[in-house]
Ligand binder design. Structure first.
Ligand SMILES: C[S@@+](CC[C@H](N)C(=O)[O-])C[C@H]1O[C@@H](n2cnc3c(N)ncnc32)[C@H](O)[C@@H]1O
Length: 313
């Protein structure tokens, strides 16, 4: 929490270089000097700041928390951004464990997605978090699957389009379409345009609980189903199953319970979304209800699995 508060008050950024005195920093931030001193003392222990001739300055290690560190940490820890705000919902873990419901909804009065919809800065930071979390995964997901099998791919809840763009760039014969909520859908249009993929990548603004574009050969669900409880996961799969080409596939990419998912992350999915990291058998049960067969399970990375579903014959 000390790190989160430090990032939220921009302390690593403010104390860069020669640093400054606690007195001046307290005035700059408009906070009590005595309380700030307590935080700085602890940040010294954590190695984030160190004593300097002027007061305190950020250490080399602490610079990893600066806004321009390009490692996603600042965005993840900041309490007024999506990641930090979501973590605060862990205060409702007891509620989540005793009801099976998202603590987030109880804490903030609406679910995670409604909250993002209402607060554009949360949406912006969440979408950026999704990019940061995946930069090292995407190249491996692109090469681990022969995406050329699919003339058309619908990326269902595809975020800003980073994964679909990478697939299209690597497989020139593939066309893609991304379905997303606003304003992320518009951001995806910019992603594809910036990479000159606009002629092969379309974006549809809309909800994956509504009918999806029909007849594509692959419906990609990357880190989607684990955000939802079974009722909602069924609704998403039903939309995919009714839309997919008869010879097509529903490609689920996400951590699989007992295989990749860490226990802490599993709790986070419950607390934040009311979702969870399902095990293979749970995916099979979900699929069966929609006339789908789970016919391939493959580890793509140490964090993500691919589950391929096809329509029963
Ligand atoms: C965990 S993110 C994953 C994004 C992307 N698939 C990726 O792997 O980077 C979940 C995505 O689902 C989208 N989403 C949530 N509810 C949605 C809905 N009802 N319809 C379409 N997209 C939705 C969110 O906007 C978000 O981009």
């Amino acid at each position: 929490m000390a790190l989160r508060v430090a990032v939220t008050l921009e302390i690593p950024d403010r104390l860069r270089g020669d640093g400054t005195s606690t007195e001046l920093l307290a005035v700059e931030l408009g906070v009590p000097q005595v309380a700030l001193e307590l935080l700085l003392n602890h940040l010294v222990v954590l190695g984030i700041v160190e004593h300097s001739p002027t007061g305190h300055r950020t250490t080399d290690y602490g610079q990893a928390l600066c806004a321009d560190a390009a490692n996603g940490l600042n965005n993840l820890l900041h309490l007024n951004k999506a990641g930090g705000r979501a973590e605060l919902a862990f205060a409702e873990l007891l509620h989540s464990i005793t009801t099976g419901q998202a603590g987030y909804t109880r804490r903030y009065g609406q679910d995670f997605w409604a909250d993002l919809d209402q607060h554009p800065h949360l949406r912006e930071s969440f979408d950026q978090q999704m990019i940061d979390r995946f930069t090292d995964q995407i190249p491996r997901i692109v090469t681990a699957v022969d995406w050329a099998r699919f003339p058309t791919i619908i990326d269902v809840g595809g975020g800003r389009g980073a994964l679909l763009a990478a697939i299209l760039a690597a497989y020139p014969g593939v066309r893609g379409r991304l379905v997303e909520l606003e304003p992320t859908a518009t951001a995806a249009v910019h992603t594809f345009a910036a990479l000159q993929l606009g002629d092969r990548a379309r974006v549809s603004t809309g909800s994956f609980f509504e009918p999806l574009p029909r007849g594509a050969h692959a419906y990609l669900l990357c880190d989607i189903l684990h955000d939802w409880d079974d009722d909602h996961a069924h609704r998403i799969l039903a939309r995919c199953a009714e839309a997919v080409h008869p010879d097509g596939r529903i490609m689920i990419i996400e951590p699989v319970g007992d295989r990749h998912a860490g226990t802490e992350f599993d709790l986070a999915m419950l607390v934040i979304f009311g979702g969870r990291e399902r095990r293979i058998e749970e995916f099979r049960t979900l699929a069966t209800a929609h006339g789908l067969t789970l016919d391939t399970v493959a580890d793509l990375t140490e964090q993500r699995c691919l589950l391929e579903l096809r329509l029963d014959r």
